[in-house]
Every structure is written in structure tokens, then in C-alpha cells.
Design a binder for this molecule. Structure first.
Ligand code: 5AD
Ligand code: FES
Length: 356
């Protein structure tokens, strides 16, 4: 495609209330270096116009690796008997939150497997404590739960919730999520929205059976859902899962998906995901240069950090707690950006509408 045609196509996608799937597929299939420069540059401009130059930080604490689900891609799946399981105590968790807050971070993400053994009121009390002791936004990422649980945690003070769709293709979803239902996932997202959570979605790039069309559909799903945040990362096979022998996701396709998601969803917060930093090298800076505006430093303490092995070679498993923070600064500087130490609430309410 010549460059002026490509810019025209990207503008059409950017302006459309709901872009055409074939247009998205065409962009995802670009491969010439010059085309990619145009795509990434366009996405970077949209990010700069609508989100600014600051990189927002979300400190993540992975407080339990128990999981009752059997997702074929995930190392925490319940059939993985090799993994030793942990739940952090309330004191350990609050100590980690205190440290995170002392690093000037303003959002804590509390993540775990889908742990039905999680004590609902235990988490509720922790949320209340965090809210009363620290000036922090709280994001929960603990999977599919009942309306009552979501309500209780929201009342306790939780602000945001991550529940990625992983793939928006119902048949593909069913093929790798035994005992789970796509309809129930959508139902959970509805409940979360109705309760006033800022809601995050996202997908995995390179899942077995996925193709450019399903990725294009994912991006339309993100647009239609008007999500506040969207995390996109490459698939990394884990040795103790049914997908052990599958190919890993491609970096370039992941970056194209991030760029296109920026153009389509405009001002959603997009992290340069930890998975993007966990391949043969760290590609997070590239993610930040083609649409991403968020980093998620890891604050899970030892000895738990290495046990939260969703996929192998996960970033920062051997770094001391707090190292990530320093590293974030360096990464921002290396691409002429800066860290934005604010809470970084959703930009969606304002529905910014700026032409690029
Ligand atoms: N490779 C990449 N990402 C994965 N996730 C789970 N398993 C893998 C894997 N093997 C992602 C999912 C989940 C997030 C916590 O990690 O998107 O939502
Ligand atoms: Fe963790 Fe760099 S992000 S050490």
C-alpha cells in the first residue's frame, strides 16, 4: 500500500464510530518497514494528543496463585500440580501496599488466580484498610465472581476491575476454557460496569487457533465495550499446560494490535504488558512508542513472586522488590518520556475527541 493510502485508511478507522473489520485486518497484516513506521507513528500521535506524554504506573501485588480454572494457556491452572500454591497473609499484603505507596505509586492492582477459597470479607477489609491508610486507587483482578462479591468490594472502596476477555471469539474461547462460559464472562463485565467500576479488558496475541480476523474482532469488542483500560500481550507457552508445545505469539503482531487498539479506542489506558517484557528481550519500550501509556511494576514480595508463574521467564522474578520502580524511570527517559505519578483515572468520561 502506498503511504498516502495507508494514512487515509488509518484516518478512516480513527474517525469511524465502529470501524470495518476488513480494514482492521488489513492493518494487522502490514509488514513493510515503512508501513509499520506510519502505523506506529499514527498511534503514537493519538496517544500523545489524547493521553499526553506521562507514563502511568500501576503497582501489582499477586497475592494468591490458587486457581480453580483450567485455562489451557495459563501456568496457574488447577491441573498444574507442580506449582506450590500460596496465599499472602493480610499483614504481608498490607506491608507490600505500604512499600508500594512509599514509592509514590498511586494505584495498586490486587491480582490472584480465580481462587474460590478467597475469603470475600477478608479482601473487603483489606480494601477498607488500604483506602483509610493510603491515598491509592485500587484495582482488583481476581476473576469471575458473584454480583454480591463485586458489590461488597466496590462498597469497601475498590475503584477498578480487570477481567480480560482473552479472546472475543466465542468458539475459540470455549476451546481453551473448559468449564467456563463466554456468556458468563460478559455477564460479569456488565455487573462490574453497573456497579461503577472502571473496567479493563484485553487479549492474548498468538493463541492457538487465533487469526488476524479474530484479533480484529477483539479490537472491535474493545471499542464496543468502551473499556477504560486494555491490556494486550503475546502468548508465552508454559511447560505445564495443555499449550506447552504451541508457538509463542509474535512481538510484531502484538505491537500492531497495540497500535491499532490505540487508534480505535482512542483514550483507553493501554499498558505495555509484562508479557511484552518477558520475551527474548524487553519490548515494553516499543509498546510505549506505538500507543501504550501505562507500566505495571511488580510489587509481589519474595518468596511468592517466582510462584506466580502464569508463563515462564516472566519479567523481574529475580529483581529485588522496588527495582522495577527505578527501571521504569530509566525506560521512560530512554524514550524521552516521563513517569506520571498521578492516580491515572479513566479518561473515558470526558470522551475526548481530537482529530489527529
Ligand atoms: N502467555 C501470555 N499471557 C498469559 N496470560 C495468562 N497466561 C498467559 C500466557 N501463557 C495473561 C492473561 C491474564 C493475565 C493475568 O495474564 O491475559 O489475564
Ligand atoms: Fe522490574 Fe525493570 S521492570 S526490574
Amino acid at each position: 500500500m502506498n503511504m498516502s493510502e495507508l494514512i487515509k485508511l488509518l484516518n478512516k478507522i480513527y474517525q469511524a464510530p465502529l470501524p470495518e473489520i476488513k480494514d482492521l485486518e488489513q492493518v494487522l497484516s502490514l509488514s513493510a518497514a515503512q508501513e509499520l513506521d506510519v502505523l506506529f507513528g499514527f498511534a503514537d500521535n493519538v496517544r500523545k494528543e489524547l493521553c499526553g506524554d506521562g507514563i502511568l504506573l500501576r503497582g501489582i501485588i499477586e497475592f494468591s496463585n490458587f486457581c480453580d480454572k483450567e485455562c489451557f494457556y495459563c501456568g496457574l491452572n488447577k491441573n498444574n500440580r507442580k506449582l506450590s500454591r500460596y496465599r499472602m497473609s493480610r499483614e504481608e499484603l498490607l506491608r507490600s501496599v505500604e512499600f508500594l505507596s512509599s514509592c509514590n505509586i498511586k494505584t495498586v492492582v490486587l491480582q490472584s488466580g480465580e481462587d474460590q477459597g478467597l475469603d470475600v470479607s477478608w479482601l473487603s477489609e483489606i480494601i477498607q484498610q488500604i483506602k483509610s491508610r493510603f491515598s491509592l486507587a485500587i484495582t482488583l483482578s481476581v476473576g469471575e465472581r458473584s454480583l454480591d462479591d463485586y458489590k461488597l468490594w466496590r462498597k469497601a472502596g475498590a475503584d477498578r476491575y480487570l477481567l480480560k476477555i482473552e479472546t472475543s471469539d466465542e468458539a475459540l474461547y470455549a476451546s481453551m476454557h473448559p468449564q467456563m462460559s463466554f456468556a458468563q464472562r460478559l455477564n460479569c463485565l456488565d455487573m462490574l460496569r453497573q456497579l461503577g467500576y472502571q473496567v479493563g479488558s484485553g487479549n492474548i496475541i498468538g493463541l492457538p487457533g487465533q487469526n488476524l480476523k479474530t484479533i480484529a474482532q477483539d479490537i472491535l469488542f474493545f471499542k464496543q465495550g468502551n473499556f477504560d483500560m486494555i491490556g494486550i500481550g503475546p502468548f508465552i507457552p508454559h511447560q505445564d499446560t495443555p499449550f506447552a508445545a504451541e508457538q509463542k505469539g509474535q512481538v510484531l503482531l502484538t505491537l500492531k494490535a497495540v497500535a491499532l487498539t490505540r487508534i480505535v479506542t482512542r483514550n483507553a489506558h493501554l499498558p505495555a504488558t509484562t508479557a511484552l517484557g518477558s520475551l527474548d528481550q524487553d519490548y515494553r519500550a516499543q509498546g510505549l512508542k506505538c500507543g501504550a501509556n501505562v507500566l505495571m511494576p511488580n510489587f509481589t514480595p519474595e518468596p511468592y513472586r517466582k510462584l506466580y508463574e502464569i508463563y515462564p521467564q516472566k519479567r523481574c522474578v529475580s529483581e529485588p522488590v522496588g527495582a522495577c520502580n527505578f527501571c521504569m524511570d530509566e525506560m521512560a527517559k530512554s524514550i524521552n518520556r516521563s513517569i506520571d505519578y498521578s492516580k491515572g483515572d479513566s479518561l473515558k468520561q470526558g470522551k475526548a475527541d481530537v482529530n489527529v
